[in-house]
Write a new protein. Structure first.
Length: 352
């Protein structure tokens, strides 16, 4: 299992990729579902497979309706544009994807001001922070309209009672609540709570199909019928109207039917990976933070890039974030891959 990491690598390259759960490849069965999917023009609401996916996820989330998007970033942005106008404000944790990792789209395209709150070690924010962040009716201030939450945050499951309290606080101050649930099924499997239970406190949720669930593309926004009606217009403005996209929606349906319960395998593999790496002298892993499918590795000063290059030479791809490298388990890395990763990391440090 050798090779050198490079941009644009082909799916046939023999790499074990721990950079993200977005790197998963569709299985043979998922590809068959794509090939057999009934399709129509989704801009005209004529694609039966898209409709089936939207109806299924809306029902699972306990929401009235849903809308299929190409990406979670577009789904989140459409939600922001529905809730907020120019000069309005959304409140979010400073580590949340919707604030930190979506290119400032709400401000760039919507004139919407973000108000980030410092998150704690578990990725959470407090009721007091939210209450204090809501702006008064003052012409000097933007108008607070929306609280954005996230679950999971860097692999950490958010406390459901806290989410309920945060949502109650926001709504009592006239705010709506949107949940970035990119990996919410990881939270569902970890906690044993249903998707509907996890989404009950919020007004809308964006759910990603192309992470741990293993679909190649797609996110779904769930919410009220009125929100989804407006979100469809926003999707069009953002260039997100798609045609015979049932071939991709079929992947999402397959994932919902076959790839939810197996997320527990990813969680178990993450624990195995974290425990194995923590036994290597000089390596730091916060095992208490390994709750779902993420492990954060600190190889020590001066080792981030060198370790990444060494592992790439041995067929393993990782990031080089500093100080902690994020490692993500998924359906394309099994227990054997976990043990191989641990051994090669041991080999690296033994050679230094």
């Amino acid at each position: 299992m050798t090779g050198k990491a490079r941009k644009g690598k082909q799916s046939t390259d023999p790499f074990l990729d721990f950079r993200s759960d977005t790197v998963t490849l569709p299985s043979t069965e998922m590809r068959a579902a794509m090939a057999e999917a009934a399709v129509g023009d989704d801009v005209y609401d004529d694609d039966p497979t898209v409709k089936a996916l939207e109806e299924k996820l809306a029902k699972l989330a306990g929401m009235e309706a849903a809308l299929f998007f190409s990406t979670g970033t577009q789904s989140n942005l459409a939600a922001l544009l529905c809730y907020c106008g120019r000069g309005d404000e959304y409140i979010a944790g400073d580590e949340y994807h919707i604030f930190r990792d979506e290119a400032g789209g709400a401000a760039v395209l919507g004139g919407i001001s973000p108000f980030p709150l410092p998150t704690n070690e578990t990725g959470g924010i407090t009721v007091g922070q939210v209450a204090g962040a809501v702006k008064p009716d003052d012409p000097h201030c933007p108008i607070s309209k929306l609280l954005c939450l996230e679950n999971t945050v860097s692999g950490r499951v958010q406390d459901q009672d806290l989410i309920k309290s945060l949502s109650k606080t926001a709504k009592s101050n006239g705010l709506s609540v949107h949940l970035d649930g990119a990996r919410i099924f990881n939270a569902a499997v970890k906690t044993g709570l249903s998707l509907e239970e996890l989404c009950e406190p919020v007004d809308s949720v964006s759910i990603c199909l192309s992470k741990g669930l293993g679909a190649p593309v797609g996110s779904v926004l769930c919410g009220s019928k009125d929100l989804i009606r407006r979100a469809k217009r926003m999707r069009k403005i953002l260039g997100g109207g798609m045609r015979q996209v049932g071939v991709l929606a079929a992947c999402g349906l397959y994932a919902l039917e076959h790839n939810i319960s197996r997320l527990s395998d990813d969680h178990d593999n993450a624990v195995r990976l974290g425990e194995g790496l923590s036994e290597i002298p000089g390596v730091a892993v916060n095992l208490s933070a390994v709750e779902t499918n993420m492990v954060f590795l600190n190889p020590g000063e001066g080792h981030h890039e060198a370790l990444s290059e060494y592992l790439a030479e041995n067929g393993i791809l990782i990031g080089i974030q500093i100080p902690e490298i994020r490692l993500v388990t998924h359906l394309n890395v099994n227990r054997e891959a976990i043990d191989y990763f641990i051994q090669k990391t041991k080999d690296y440090f033994a050679s230094r």
